[in-house]
Ligand binder design. Structure first.
Ligand SMILES: [Zn+2]
Length: 229
């Protein structure tokens, strides 16, 4: 079903970009997981302290299974921290926990991109399954069908683009408050910065791989740049 151009221009670059980003996150997280913070705050304590400073009292901090599965759920107002973050007093754990607290702050302050992101979730789900299928089938049917598939698939790109300001802002809030809240000292910020900057790369990588996929189908169908076969 997939030709050599798909493998060369979409699959291999996609694997290198997303695989590379995920390797960098793991490397940064593992590295700063071994650097303990001076004041000894654990991830859970750091998140609790940050929420407290931000005046948020209705968010529950809970442990969750898995590696780097940390997330904030706006529906349940639960801030879920993976076991390695929840009870660890490393700079990496504090960074991740404070980033998630940043999402809770976004929710509490009605940060618009967060609401927009949640609203796009269903469309993005349809885009990645049905949109992709319609584009792929369209290559054998008619460029017009590829175009329809591309429009549906674009919801994925939109979702990933809106995710960027949400993620960058959560990290910015964490960095801004973590010293102010007395969780770490100024000179410990490097470990938090490097962990969170690496995590931000994965969201950029997702945008690039989705763009490659979209471009492939548009070019291959002749909708973009004219047919070459
Ligand atoms: Zn995040």
């Amino acid at each position: 079903m997939f030709d050599i151009q798909y493998i060369l221009f979409v699959m291999i670059p996609g694997l290198i970009i997303s695989g590379g980003a995920s390797l960098l996150v793991k490397a940064a997280f593992n590295r700063y997981s071994t650097v303990t913070s001076r004041r000894g705050y654990t991830g859970a304590q750091a998140a609790a302290r940050l929420l407290d400073v931000a005046g948020i009292g209705d968010v529950q901090i809970v442990p969750t299974h898995g590696y780097l599965t940390d997330h904030y759920n706006p529906q349940t107002k639960q801030l879920a921290l993976s076991e390695e973050v929840y009870a660890s007093n490393s700079l990496a754990a504090i960074g991740v926990a404070c980033h998630e607290a940043g999402h809770a702050m976004q929710h509490a302050t009605n940060y618009a991109p967060l609401g927009l992101r949640s609203a796009i979730v269903p469309a993005a789900g349809i885009g990645s399954s049905i949109g992709y299928m319609v584009m792929a089938v369209g290559l054998f049917v008619h460029p017009f069908v590829v175009g329809i598939g591309a429009v549906i698939f674009s919801a994925v790109l939109l979702f990933q683009l809106v995710t960027l300001p949400v993620e960058f802002d959560a990290t910015a809030r964490a960095k801004r408050l973590v010293v102010e809240a007395g969780i770490v000292d100024e000179d410990e910020c490097y470990g938090i910065d490097r962990t969170l900057n690496a995590a931000a790369l994965t969201y950029v990588a997702a945008v690039i791989t989705t763009l490659l996929t979209l471009l492939y189908f548009l070019v291959r169908s002749g909708l973009l740049g004219g047919r070459d076969d």
